[in-house]
Design a protein around this ligand. Structure first.
Ligand SMILES: Cc1cc2nc3c(=O)[nH]c(=O)nc-3n(C[C@H](O)[C@H](O)[C@H](O)COP(=O)(O)OP(=O)(O)OC[C@H]3O[C@@H](n4cnc5c(N)ncnc54)[C@H](O)[C@@H]3O)c2cc1C
Length: 382
């Protein structure tokens, strides 16, 4: 069964070629620098890799979800989880807030530059006090004439130090704990707005080329027209975009695992022990067969959810299962692939070591495994 058509295949070739020539040779350098150069975004825009699903009138390609699936699979094959994550956040986690809920005026003003890669985007929901309980966020937005005034801070924000545009979740009715979900709204904040600062760039275990920052908002005046959607319904918008994010996280997990397995197969075929390649030992062949089987199961589970999502079906349960299963699966793959590399698997010079550190994020970012289990149990009406 093939879920991709000839156009998707052509697009895959284009992304693969870009990733091989313009991303993979620089992965080590970007890891050491702790950031991906901003020049990558206009280049991706030039190649038509940004805003692939957005309407052509805003500079997008008007393509379908499976085109985005191809994009994310190929970015995650780069052996840089950081690169895949930076792209995923920009295209499927942050900018959809504008495309889905922004006014026509805002979309006309900002989307073309996003599609050209001139404006990088970030999503700022998590706060130092907590990420899982989104409804408890404390950043405040107070209506003041034709502006809102934002105060608060955000934590662990991907593309946080380098973004040009931030989609920020804030509570409009500060001080009323009974409103929880209903008090939240989304705002578009330009980087240069007075009172906005990048407090610090965070040092991480993995995904080291992806910039992750803490942000501060001190009396940041945002035009009232920068409110996305209706005041107070932002929580539901965040949850809607989270579905996209979790599908993309599933695609990343599967594709990263697939690449790691391919690297490991190449290694065990080459590596000699006790007079023969490791790949000839039955225990190793069986381990690889098990890993390949788990990845295949995760892949088809993810595709099935993508197709349901594309068809507009209600699939929160399925997407949460994808996020949970693929994130846990990639931990197993990481453990065994490092093990199969022996001592070299522990060395920085082998990409498998970076893969193991990058993969660790996947049970945490975009909603933890525990939160996915909560959502699944709730959907099952337990
Ligand atoms: C590298 C990185 C990049 C990120 N990028 C972004 C970004 O771009 N934008 C953004 O807004 N956020 C981002 N995040 C934040 C991420 O979404 C949160 O870290 C995540 O949602 C968990 O929130 P927390 O870290 O506050 O953990 P907490 O919510 O404090 O949870 C701590 C632990 O308690 C568990 N827990 C919490 N509640 C329950 C419960 N009810 N039942 C059982 N267990 C529970 C959690 O599963 C977790 O194991 C990023 C995080 C990282 C590490």
């Amino acid at each position: 069964m093939n879920v991709f058509n000839a156009q998707h295949d052509m697009f895959r070739q284009a992304v693969r070629s870009f990733v091989q020539r313009e991303v993979m040779p620089h992965v080590e350098e970007w890891e050491a620098a702790g950031r991906i150069p901003k020049s990558i975004w206009p280049r991706m825009g030039e190649l038509g890799l940004l805003g692939v699903e957005y309407d052509e009138k805003y500079g997008g390609a008007g393509a379908d979800l499976m085109t985005s699936v191809v994009l994310h699979e190929e970015c995650a094959r780069s052996r840089s989880g950081s690169f895949a994550m930076a792209v995923g956040v920009n295209t499927d986690m942050a900018s959809p807030h504008l495309y889905w809920t922004g006014s026509e005026e805002l979309k006309e003003r900002y989307l073309p530059a996003i599609c050209r890669g001139e404006n990088l985007t970030a999503l700022a929901v998590t706060e130092p006090g907590g990420g899982s309980d989104v409804a408890a966020l404390r950043t405040r937005a107070v209506h003041d004439g034709d502006h809102y005034v934002l105060n608060g801070s955000k934590m662990f924000i991907t593309n946080g130090a380098l973004a040009d545009l931030y989609f920020v979740a804030a509570r409009v009715d500060a001080g009323d704990p009974t409103r929880r979900h209903r008090g939240i709204s989304m705002f578009l904040v330009e980087r240069d707005t007075p009172g906005f600062t990048v407090s610090r760039t965070l040092d991480k275990m993995g995904m080291r080329a992806s910039d992750t920052a803490e942000l501060a908002f001190q009396d940041v005046r945002v035009p009232a027209t920068h409110l996305l959607g209706r005041e107070g319904v932002g929580f539901y918008e965040v949850m809607r975009v989270f579905q996209r994010e979790r599908l993309v996280a599933g695609l990343h997990a599967v594709s990263m695992a697939q690449r790691a397995l391919e690297d490991t197969i190449a290694y065990v075929k080459e590596r000699q022990a006790f007079g023969a390649p490791l790949s000839e030992k039955q225990v190793i062949r069986h381990r690889i067969a098990d890993l390949a089987t788990t990845i295949e199961a995760a892949r088809w589970m993810t595709y099935a959810a993508c197709l349901r999502y594309q068809a507009g079906e209600e699939c929160v349960r399925e997407i949460s299962m994808v996020k949970l299963y693929t994130a846990e699966m990639v931990q197993q793959v990481a453990y065994h692939c490092v093990q199969l590399h022996g001592g070299y698997g522990y060395m920085r010079e082998y990409p498998i070591e970076r893969f193991a550190r990058d993969a660790r994020l996947l049970t945490i970012g975009g909603g933890t495994s525990e939160i996915m289990r909560e959502i699944i149990a709730k959907e099952m009406k337990l």
